[in-house]
Design a protein around this ligand. Structure first.
Ligand code: APR
Length: 232
């Protein structure tokens, strides 16, 4: 039986919920350039364009027919039923893990439903649009609010705690991530030095060769039976 489990999720776990992944057929970065929308430089150059992109994604998450799927629920069940240390790290900015019942999710790439003030640095829940002239609720600065997401070139969140947990886990499970974006893509090598490692993905990822065990198929179909086995 395992003592400490770290799970890393990516956009693939939310695909069956109706959210686009980033890469591959139909992915967000097929129709948009990441450099134009997901970098601090893009925000400085074209703030209206960047805010509109995130406002649209936030609206889809809040008002669209988007619900957690069996893979999200399976991870919440694992957390609730596992007696050791359990950590869920996600690259996703959606809130589907929380809506499925997961607790203390580490959003290493931030959250779509939070905004941050570039003036005072405070972060707040936001469900509506962020406008260019929106007022910071804490310091009252105008026009300094941005989505509290991590753009390319910025430091992912919670890295200290994630590094400690990866160094101590005995099972590392990656679900629905293509292994293109570091540091998350490198977690399997860190954990694999001492832990069992499992990849659950639609297809082999860029870092598939580092995993000891690989399960291919839709996360909503492959993950629940795997987790039932773990909990036995
Ligand atoms: N079940 C399991 N895996 C799936 C499913 C599914 N139903 N559908 C797609 N996938 C897989 C794809 O095959 C792909 O390997 O999920 C992976 C998604 O990869 P990406 O779109 O690259 O998403 P992710 O790995 O989360 O991207 C990392 O890149 O643009 C940035 O900040 C963004 O957090 C994101 C980061």
């Amino acid at each position: 039986m395992y003592r400490s489990i770290v799970v890393l999720t990516g956009a693939g776990i939310s695909a069956e919920s109706g959210l686009q992944t980033f890469r591959g057929a139909g992915g967000i970065w097929q129709n948009h350039r990441a450099e134009d929308l997901a970098t601090p430089e893009a925000f400085a150059a074209e703030p209206a364009l960047v805010q509109r992109f995130y406002n649209e994604r936030r609206r889809q998450l809040v008002s669209g027919p988007i619900e957690p799927n069996p893979a999200h629920y399976a991870l919440a069940k694992l957390q609730a039923g596992f007696s050791g240390t359990f950590t869920l790290v996600t690259q996703n900015v959606d809130n589907l893990h929380e809506r499925a019942g997961s607790q203390n999710v580490l959003h290493m790439h931030g959250e779509l439903l939070r905004m941050r003030c570039g003036g005072c640095g405070d972060s707040f829940v936001v469900e509506g649009d962020i406008e260019l002239d929106s007022l910071c609720p804490a310091c009252a600065s105008v026009g300094l609010l941005r989505p509290d997401v991590v753009w390319f070139g910025e430091m992912p969140k919670h890295m200290d705690v994630i590094a400690r947990l990866l160094g101590d886990c005995d099972l590392f499970l990656a679900v629905g991530t293509s292994g293109n974006v570091y540091p998350a893509a490198g977690f399997v090598e860190i954990a694999g030095a001492h832990a069992h490692t499992v990849e659950v993905n639609l297809e082999p990822s860029e870092v598939q060769s580092h995993f000891a065990e690989r399960l291919y198929g839709k996360a909503g179909e492959v993950l629940p039976p795997y987790i039932e086995q773990l909990l036995k």
